[in-house]
Design a protein around this ligand. Structure first.
Ligand code: COA
Length: 707
């Protein structure tokens, strides 16, 4: 039997309960049992005059063990009744907090009679980010300490609050300087003082919920507003639980209300999807076959080639992380333009009050403009971000291969081109990989890291480690056309265009997809990204023989491009625009109709939202399965991270692979086969991936963390 993660020790006449469950002292079954046992031992020992609760390692309890929620027998009852018994003790109980007291950790601290925290501690109830609500009396105790308005705000956003804010709000009682040892000493000191004072313990559950300052009807309105956000049922559950805290005649009744609300959200598909993403995002950095302790290359100075929208955004992402950047352009005009854009971007952030002017200046000062490749000789990493042209990218790779110092990493920000060819052109392919940023690169979280055939594992590991430093979640992709995201987006756009030629309107296609919670459908998305950009990609792919032998394939985007309808920037694309407002575009509808005639595509007036969703999403899932089959992605959960972090797929749907699992893989296979029958399958558009078929037959999910 493994030793309990909880021990009860003594410091003179005070008992010290220590939790040691690395990495973050999460509360799994054995920790909760350990707490229950330790409390019983304390209760049985009258010689201990008070109890201090503290944690080993980097943090106080950071919450319930999220993996434990998947257990069909999961219950909050044992932990909640432990908290009740803890708070009811008539000897003082003091929490010694450091790091992050989150979720069940803050709930533990709030059941103590006094909370001492080390400076720098942060506290929060982040359950909403998992589609959950605090289930261990957080919705009842936090409003008593911080007031219902603040509690609601904290729980609805999941935001962590800093030490000072928590102290001012009454969530913490005392801050102390120093280290973990000092906070424990301060807690012991406080425990002794409380014993000496001999007063009654201050129990949070016995405090009234301070409602005096609330506007009349505030909590009812909060509930109504939250209930309107039906895609996130946890929001309404939180609001109702807080209302119960303020209105229930007793703490026990509030507790019962919270328990009902918690169980109501625990098994929702939204929460399951968000929990899946929590682990999915933390797994992307684990690369099969790569030792965890592989020595990394240092990255302290970075170069960026190309100061366009992409290069500028990348330079900003790096500077935001405090990394000095040499930004190289070909001409003084282009360099000036790029710098102007960076400056304006920072100024806009300052104007919105999101950044102090002094900080913005420091970040701008980290970017050194240059017209000479030689200035890149000392950087540790250089990211090429010029436009998508193989000859140009190869030429730059060759120059970089000669100029940058040995051991420096050379990255290309291509979104579709063959990274292996670019690597070869550099003359040092082991140093090369792809870093595919998403626009705007200083904002979008996703980074696709493209592993070439010859990329040195240390180069890959170094860039994966750099990603969180620059605020990115990185997913590894093998080399293929479009990598993970754009390759899947291609089949999505293909079906969107066929549906338009068959008679659906852009608004209908977009509207149907938006029912899933995507912020924008495909037509709006391409109008914003630029029809020219989309069409050129198709045309370039055609030149390399990569398109199906189907003259109707993406015919509409190419025809719009030929007409100069480049989307929002020219005032017309799939839609026409008044300002930024998309309106129906009769020209595009007529164009789609004439293309349908030209290509023998039957027009219909019975296209339903269900058909649109199935025809856009299921081929994407099928393509994702092929990506897994080919080893382009390591795991289905990586694909979900690509789509949620980079393509606006809603977190409550968990990503396309998770959505397919939730709908049932057998159903997805059946629908693909159905469309193969009714639409024809001359070009293999509906051929089911063997992996998808196999998983459907086995009843194993596609969105697994490990395949
Ligand atoms: N349950 C289970 N595992 C957890 C966990 C939890 N509540 N919180 C963190 N972990 C795990 C992570 O999966 C990761 O595991 P890995 O190393 O095997 O990948 C490890 O702990 C470290 O977490 P990570 O997020 O990579 O570290 P960090 O230092 O960046 O952040 C936290 C630490 C605690 C701030 C962050 O992990 C967090 O926000 N956790 C969730 C807290 C939460 O939601 N609590 C309420 C649960 S109801």
């Amino acid at each position: 039997m493994s030793p309990s993660p909880v021990t009860l020790q003594r410091d003179g006449d005070i008992a010290v309960l220590l939790i040691d469950n690395p990495p973050v002292n999460a509360l799994g079954k054995s920790t909760v049992q350990g707490l229950i046992d330790a409390l019983a031992a304390f209760q049985a020992d009258a010689t201990a005059h008070a109890l201090v609760i503290a944690c080993e390692g980097r943090t106080f309890v950071a919450g319930g063990d999220i993996a434990a929620f998947e257990d069909p027998d999961f219950s909050t009852v044992p932990y909640n009744s432990f908290l009740g018994r803890l708070e009811a003790l008539d000897r003082p109980v003091v929490a010694a907090i450091h790091g992050t007291a989150l979720g069940g950790g803050l709930e533990l601290a709030m059941a103590c009679h006094w909370r001492v925290a080390l400076r720098g501690t942060r506290v929060g109830l982040p359950e909403v980010k998992l589609g959950l609500i605090p289930g261990s009396l957080g919705t009842q105790r936090l409003p008593r300490l911080a007031g219902p308005e603040k509690a609601l705000q904290m729980m609805s956003t999941g935001r962590m609050v800093g030490d000072q804010e928590a102290l001012a709000a009454g969530i913490l009682d005392e801050l102390c300087e120093g280290n973990v040892g000092d906070v424990r000493a301060a807690a012991l000191q406080r425990a002794r003082t409380l014993v000496a004072e001999g007063g009654a313990p201050r129990r949070t559950s016995a405090l009234p919920v301070p409602t005096a300052g609330l506007a009349p009807g505030f909590l009812d309105q909060a509930v109504a507003l939250a209930e309107a956000q039906f895609r996130y049922p946890a929001l309404a559950a939180i609001a109702r639980a807080v209302r119960a805290a303020a209105s229930a005649p007793s703490f026990a009744e509030g507790e019962a209300a919270e328990a009902r609300e918690f169980m109501g959200v625990l098994r929702t598909p939204q929460s399951q999807a968000m929990r899946h993403l929590f682990f999915a995002e933390r797994q992307t950095g684990k690369i099969p076959g790569l030792p965890r302790d592989l020595p990394l290359r240092p990255v302290e100075r970075v170069g960026v080639v190309g100061a366009g929208t992409m290069g500028g955004g990348i330079a900003m992402a790096l500077a935001n992380a405090g990394l000095p950047v040499v930004l190289v352009e070909a001409t003084p005009e282009a360099l000036e333009r790029g710098l102007g854009l960076i400056r304006r971007n920072y100024e806009a952030t300052v104007a919105k009050g999101k950044l102090a002017a002094g900080v913005a200046e420091k970040r701008i000062a980290l970017i050194t403009p240059s017209l000479a490749y030689e200035d890149l000789s000392q950087v540790d990493l250089v990211i090429e971000a010029v436009f998508e042209d193989m000859a140009l990218k190869k030429d730059i790779a060759a120059r970089l291969g000669r100029v940058v110092k040995p051991g420096a990493i050379i990255a290309t920000n291509t979104s579709t081109l063959d990274v292996d060819q670019i690597a070869q052109a550099s003359g040092r392919p082991a140093d090369v990989l792809g870093m595919h940023f998403f626009s705007p690169a200083n904002v979008m979280r996703l980074l696709e890291v493209v592993r070439g055939a010859k990329t040195d594992p240390a180069v890959l590991a170094t860039v994966m480690k750099l990603a969180p430093r620059i605020g990115k979640v990185a997913v590894v992709s093998g080399v293929c056309y479009g990598f993970i995201g754009n390759r899947m987006a291609e089949v999505y756009m293909r079906e969107a265009e066929f549906l338009l030629m068959e008679g659906a309107t852009p608004a209908q296609v977009d509207g149907a997809v938006q029912t899933l919670g995507l912020a924008m459908g495909p037509c709006r998305m391409l109008d914003m990204a630029g029809i020219d950009v989309g069409a050129k990609t198709v045309i370039e792919l055609g030149k390399t023989g990569g398109l199906p032998q189907d003259p109707s394939y993406r015919a509409l985007v190419q025809a719009l491009f030929a007409k100069g309808q480049f989307g929002q920037k020219t005032g017309a694309g799939y839609y026409r625009y008044e300002g930024r407002t998309p309106l129906p575009n009769p020209d595009t509808l007529a164009l789609a109709e004439s293309l349908a005639r030209e290509h023998g595509i039957a027009r219909r007036d019975d296209i339903s939202d269900t058909e649109i969703v199935e025809r856009l999403i299921y081929p994407m899932v099928n393509e994702g399965a092929r990506i897994l089959e080919e080893g382009i992605a390591y795991r289905g959960s990586d694909i979900d991270v690509v789509w949620t972090a980079g393509y606006g797929f809603p977190d409550h749907a968990g990503g396309p692979m998770c959505l397919a699992d939730q709908r049932g893989l057998a159903h997805v296979v059946e629908r693909l086969e159905h469309y193969a029958r009714v639409r024809g399958n001359a070009h293999g558009y509906w051929s089911v991936s063997p992996l998808l078929r196999q998983r459907a037959a086995e009843g194993r999910p596609l969105s697994l963390g490990a395949n």
